[in-house]
Structure formats: structure tokens, C-alpha cells
Design a protein around this ligand. Structure first.
Ligand SMILES: [Zn+2]
Ligand SMILES: [Zn+2]
Length: 345
């Protein structure tokens, strides 16, 4: 991984150039680098960012100077899923596979999730940008586009956590912490934060957890001790591994729901007993991009951020320059902190 100069094309019809002001270092970028997710190289990392429209292509509805958040799953609005109101499952997934721009010596560039946002600028289809109010703190606004939309959506849209329910969150990276705070805002009264790293304890409690539990041999017992021996109503798996999906499954009560938020590897197989599936009556489902419509929900979250109803400071471990991004990936791999955010321009 290195920082180098690349060439971007001018925005074509329906495209815009966005000057990036802040971009988060997300675990999915790390998964591209370490091979958990398949990627083509050379690859520009980054998919969680905010910036300002700097140039518009012919026919664009956007105006230069508009603050925006980038959307890594822009919906086509015409496929079967989009028409039935599930744009997060849009069938048009062509954007991430189209190279755009080139290296200084002319090799076509691939872009993480069609964005490549850990950069001074991006050129993207205009449907991949969402206007937001001016004046938001960029290091917090950037997180709306991935960690926060994913975390809040998993709680509100996918699991529909109700007041008084109990929640366990397995894996406390940026998304896991966003799930914790969304669960608190949804009125959950028992919110158990679970991680392998004791260092996450203070962050978890600050984000809204009622308890922090280490993921060790005593975990099931500790969870049952806090849920009248039943297990939680909702478990959120925010790692993307078979072992943690199975752990989340075991922590959930009979009839409860397990929501898989983490994006795992295709050959990491989850094994569950057939009798256990029947007898536990649990629901296992995934939450893709928070089962959300980013065009509708990012502006709502941005307004909450502007009004002070949403406070994302706990998610931001620190702001760094682009040159320090490789170091931030090392910290992420070691599980240190919440989100490191690159600030630019
Ligand atoms: Zn992400
Ligand atoms: Zn679609």
C-alpha cells in the first residue's frame, strides 16, 4: 500500500468530480488489501467519504460547491429490487468493476466499491453522491456513508430493535460501535458490547453499551446472567467470520434474531445443527448497507448530526493526513481504536 499520484478523467455525462475533505479507513478496504475480498489491482482504496462537488459533467443536476457524502451502492431505480423499494439489493452492480483513471505510467485504475475515496478527488456517477447540509464536521460526516448508515440501518431497518429489548453486538470496529449507539437510541435497555480486545471497553461504554464483555469461554454464561438466562433478543455480528456468526447465534434467545453485518470470506463456512435451527426458532439474516436507501436516509442522519441529535465523536479515533493512511490500516488490522479518518483539502 502506498500513496502515489494518479490521473483522473474529466467528468463525463452524468458524472461529477468531488474534492474529498474527509475519508474513513474502513475494514472493507483492509479486506481488499489482505485478500478476504477479491479485488483487482492497481486499486484505489476508500469508500466512506465526504467532499464538495468541484466540477460537473454535461447534463448534471448538481451544482459546483455542493457538500456531499459518497454512496458506494448507488441504486439504478429501475431494476426489480429498486422498484420494490429495496435499493440496497440493486441488481446493477457494474460500477465497481469499471476502471476509471490511470496511474502516472498509464495503467487503468480499479476503484474500491466504484469510489476510490482515499484520495484528494474522485470522479463518480452523480447518483453516487448525496447532497448534505454545509458546515458539518467532515471527519464525522464522512462516516455517514458507510459505518453509520450500516450500523443505524441494521438496528432500525433490518432488526427493528424495539424499546426495552436486549441487544448484543459482537465486534467493536466502526460499524459495531455505530450499532451500539443506534441500539441505545432505539431504546434497547440491555446493550452488551463484545470484543476480543479489552481495550475496546471504554469506547463501547461511551458509544452506548450497558456492559462490555470479553469474547472468551465465559461469554455465554455472562450474557445469560444479564438476560434472565434466555439470551438476547437481537445479536449483531459485526466481524464477518463464521466463528463470530456462530457466537452471535448462541447468544440469542429462542425466537430471537441474529443480524450479520460483517462482510466475510466466501469460503468461510458457517455450520449450524439442523435440530438447533428448528428448535431455537431463531432468525438469521444479513443487513446489506443497513437495508437502507442512502439517498433518503443519509440526509436524515446529516440533519440529525447538524442538530446535535447524533454525535459521532466517539467513533472518530483521530484525523490523519493521506501519507499516514497506511499506518492507519496497520492500526485497524491490530484492532486499535474506532475509525481513523483521513482529512484533506
Ligand atoms: Zn465501509
Ligand atoms: Zn436497481
Amino acid at each position: 500500500m502506498r500513496v502515489e499520484r494518479v490521473r483522473l478523467p474529466a467528468p463525463g455525462p452524468g458524472e461529477v468530480r468531488v474534492t474529498i475533505t474527509a475519508a474513513g479507513v474502513c475494514h472493507s478496504d483492509l479486506s481488499m488489501v489482505n485478500g478476504t475480498l477479491a479485488a483487482r489491482f492497481p486499486l484505489v482504496l476508500g469508500h466512506e467519504a465526504t467532499g464538495v462537488v468541484a466540477e460537473v459533467g454535461p447534463g448534471s443536476r448538481l451544482t459546483v460547491g455542493t457538500p456531499v457524502v459518497l454512496n458506494w451502492a448507488p441504486a439504478c431505480r429501475s431494476c426489480w429490487w429498486c422498484r420494490r423499494g429495496e435499493p440496497w439489493l440493486c441488481a446493477d452492480t457494474s460500477a465497481p468493476t469499471v476502471p476509471r483513471g490511470e496511474t502516472d505510467d498509464g495503467v487503468p485504475l480499479h476503484l474500491t466499491l466504484g469510489l476510490g475515496a482515499l484520495a484528494e478527488a474522485v470522479v463518480v456517477p452523480e447518483r453516487a453522491v448525496i447532497p448534505i447540509p454545509a458546515g458539518l464536521p467532515p471527519e464525522q460526516a464522512a462516516l455517514l456513508g458507510c459505518a453509520v448508515l450500516t450500523g443505524v440501518g441494521a438496528v432500525r431497518n433490518t432488526a427493528r430493535v424495539a424499546p426495552g429489548e436486549s441487544v448484543a453486538v459482537v465486534g467493536l470496529g466502526g460499524v459495531g460501535l455505530a450499532v451500539l449507539s443506534a441500539a441505545r437510541r432505539a431504546g434497547a435497555t440491555t446493550i452488551l458490547a463484545i470484543d476480543v480486545a479489552e481495550a475496546k471497553r471504554d469506547l463501547a461504554l461511551a458509544a452506548g453499551a450497558t456492559d462490555f464483555l470479553l469474547s472468551d469461554d465465559r461469554l455465554s454464561k455472562e450474557v445469560r446472567a444479564r438476560t434472565e438466562s434466555r439470551g438476547v433478543d437481537h445479536a449483531f455480528e459485526c466481524v464477518g467470520r463464521a466463528a463470530t456468526i456462530r457466537a452471535a447465534w448462541r447468544l440469542t434467545r429462542r425466537g430471537g434474531a441474529v443480524t450479520v453485518v460483517g462482510m466475510g470470506a466466501k469460503d468461510d463456512m458457517v455450520s449450524l445443527g439442523a435440530l438447533d435451527i428448528f428448535h431455537s426458532a431463531r432468525t438469521l439474516r444479513s443487513s446489506v448497507y443497513g437495508s437502507s436507501d442512502p439517498d433518503r436516509e443519509v440526509p436524515v442522519l446529516a440533519a440529525e448530526l447538524a442538530a446535535g441529535a447524533l454525535d459521532l465523536r466517539v467513533l472518530v479515533s483521530g484525523t490523519i493526513g493521506l501519507e499516514e493512511a497506511p499506518t492507519a490500516f496497520e492500526r485497524l488490522a491490530r484492532g486499535e481504536g474506532a475509525r481513523w479518518v483521513v482529512t484533506l483539502n
